[in-house]
Write a protein that binds this ligand. Structure first.
Ligand SMILES: [Cu+2]
Length: 347
């Protein structure tokens, strides 16, 4: 009795850990275990198949091992030497053939899926073409068909295949939307990797960088916003419509000289860094400060507060970011944050 309790006590933390682990596995916007589209589903299917095979093997092997340990254990007083067996054709054939069969069962669908998912939609006129460029520590999304560039938020329609061409502007990153599709690396050296996915359910999904790329790697999040076709078309039109500069000439001047050297709003400014058009309608600022009216965590706040926090001290939010700390008076900071927060897109 005492012994059994000791064993149980040792297993407790493990069991508790497993429960925690499993209970955190269910987020539909973030988990590969709750696939939200056909590509993710196909990949999840492979995971289930391989895990099932592994569990079966583990059960059979452990059952045989246990049986042998108990059945052929040394009994008290038994001094005889057991029969020495060297080689058994029947057994050897069985334990060679079974793994081969298992590997075939696993291999055939795996190869089929690998080829399915390597399909190239980059020339398909019905697919939505997106050029993804990873930067330390932000994501750029270009829609060549529409002449649009945006950052941190990939807006897509729920009725089309999304064809992705992924590259990097600097180091190795990996583009990953766990609940919609597996990862694709963005390799330095100019090579472009392709992938595709579909997202039939509207909603907001979380994207991640899945390759350690520097001190703010873990903050290199993005959002995928899936909307219906009509909203998507409205968004495209809204992204392309002209945006007025701040009405206060002093603020317009500061914005133009201090910010639009790097950023764009509408047709104003540069295109090298995140396009700030429609900032007020985004889910986040810099991908990691979540815009919400009911902030709960340290990285949550209203759009305006998040903008202020970011512009005031970008390094404090994302160590190593290339966004400089621009010296602004409090009043300039407030005015610019308000102006950007008011840049809303109706779609
Ligand atoms: Cu990265």
């Amino acid at each position: 009795m005492m012994n059994r309790w000791h064993v149980l006590k040792r297993l407790m933390p493990l069991l508790a850990g497993m429960v925690l682990l499993l209970s955190a596995c269910g987020r539909a916007d973030l988990s590969t275990l709750r696939p939200q589209g056909p590509v993710a589903e196909e990949q999840f299917g492979l995971m289930k198949l391989s895990i099932t095979i592994m569990i079966l093997v583990v059960i059979v092997v452990f059952a045989i091992a246990l049986y042998v340990i108990i059945r052929f254990r040394r009994r008290p007083g038994d001094k005889t030497v057991p029969v020495q067996v060297e080689g058994n054709h029947k057994l050897e054939i069985i334990w060679t053939v079974i793994p081969i069969i298992l590997l075939i069962i696993l291999g055939v669908p795996t190869i089929k899926t690998v080829f399915n998912l390597a399909e190239d939609y980059t020339k398909d006129p019905n697919a939505v073409q997106v050029k993804v460029t990873a930067h330390q520590y932000w994501w750029e999304f270009e829609y060549p068909t529409y002449g649009i560039k945006t950052a941190q938020e990939l807006l897509i329609p729920n009725d089309a295949i999304i064809s992705v061409e992924a590259k990097t502007a600097d180091v190795l990153h990996s583009f990953w939307i766990p609940s919609l599709a597996g990862k694709v690396d963005t390799n330095p050296g100019g090579n472009v990797n392709i992938m595709y996915f579909e997202a039939p359910n509207t909603g907001v999904y979380l994207g991640k960088c899945a390759e350690l790329c520097g001190p703010s790697h873990s903050l290199m999040d993005f959002k995928v916003k899936v909307v219906d076709r009509a909203s998507f078309e409205r968004w495209v039109a809204a992204q392309k419509s002209p945006v007025a500069l701040p009405s206060d000439p002093e603020i317009a001047e500061v914005l133009t000289t201090q910010c639009l050297s790097c950023h764009a709003v509408g047709a104003n400014g540069g295109q090298l860094y995140p396009n700030l058009t429609g900032m007020g309608s985004r889910e986040s600022v810099a991908g990691i400060l979540i815009n919400t009216d009911q902030p709960q965590y340290e990285n949550e706040g209203s759009v305006e507060d998040n903008l202020k926090k970011w512009i005031k001290d970008p390094q404090a939010v994302k160590p190593g970011t290339l966004m400089p700390q621009v010296p602004l008076s409090d009043q300039q900071l407030d005015a610019i944050a308000k102006y950007l927060a008011d840049l809303k897109l109706n779609y």
